[in-house]
Design a protein around this ligand. Structure first.
Ligand code: PRP
Ligand code: URA
Length: 207
């Protein structure tokens, strides 16, 4: 996403001196911008609306969206997504990345059984190796979701490539990734460089 306000919020998030008390509202602001961009092609249906002066044409979303935050860090983007999509359903996916293998372990999958025909946004600030996103995308695809949008703050080239190669060709072609930045690379502990550190820890504290 190329926008001066998004770039300025991202700079605050990257800054190691930004305290938790400022990190959370700044992530909220940036997530609002990212979800706004991610819903640019949201299907709508025509309605009529009566103003104090006349009846005119309007629109409303054609289907109830599903927003899927990846715990923990994705929860920091959820209020912004629900602010823009107040009738959305929320699917919770709990993953923790193993610090040695960098593979995600699953501790929660609370996802609607049938996602057919519903716009789905996957919320996670960090797309690093792509392992966590791939797990979530496969789960959402299994439940019938199509044309999923991944909403991230920072993506690594390695993670974007993993999504491209790790999904069925048709699913990869229908996938959209909206991110505030695509960074340089992963380091040897699979952290994004320059990145912003451990997003979950910066929002909620270290575990
Ligand atoms: C972070 C981040 C992503 C994942 C990205 O979560 O929020 O979910 O790592 O890494 P990947 O692309 O290599 O899979 P983490 O597992 O650290 O959990 P947390 O949000 O609870 O801190
Ligand atoms: N998870 C994070 O929170 N940050 C990274 O840079 C990589 C994975």
């Amino acid at each position: 996403m190329d926008h001066p306000l998004a770039a300025s919020s991202l700079t605050v998030l990257r800054d190691e001196r930004t305290p938790r008390s400022r990190f959370r509202p700044t992530l909220h602001d940036l997530a609002t911008m990212l979800v706004y961009e991610a819903t640019r092609a949201l299907p709508t249906m025509p309605v009529t609306v009566t103003t104090p002066l006349a009846t005119t044409a309007g629109v409303r979303p054609a289907a109830e969206a599903v927003v899927a935050p990846v715990l923990r860090a994705g929860l920091g983007m959820l209020p912004a997504a629900l602010g823009l999509l107040p009738d959305a359903h929320t699917a919770f996916i709990g993953l923790a990345r193993d610090e040695t293998t960098h593979r995600p372990t699953v501790y929660l999958e609370a996802v609607p059984a049938d996602l057919t025909g519903r716009p789905v946004l996957l919320l996670d600030p960090m797309l690093a190796t792509g392992g966590s996103a791939l797990h979530c995308l496969r789960l959402l695809l299994d439940r019938g979701a199509r044309g999923i949008t991944v909403v991230a703050v920072v993506a690594a080239p390695e993670g974007l490539a993993a999504l491209e190669s790790g999904l069925p060709v048709a699913a990869a072609a229908e996938l959209t990734v909206v991110a505030a930045a695509v960074d340089e690379r992963l380091n040897d502990t699979a952290y994004i460089v320059p990145g912003l550190g451990d997003a979950g820890d910066r929002i909620y504290g270290e575990m």
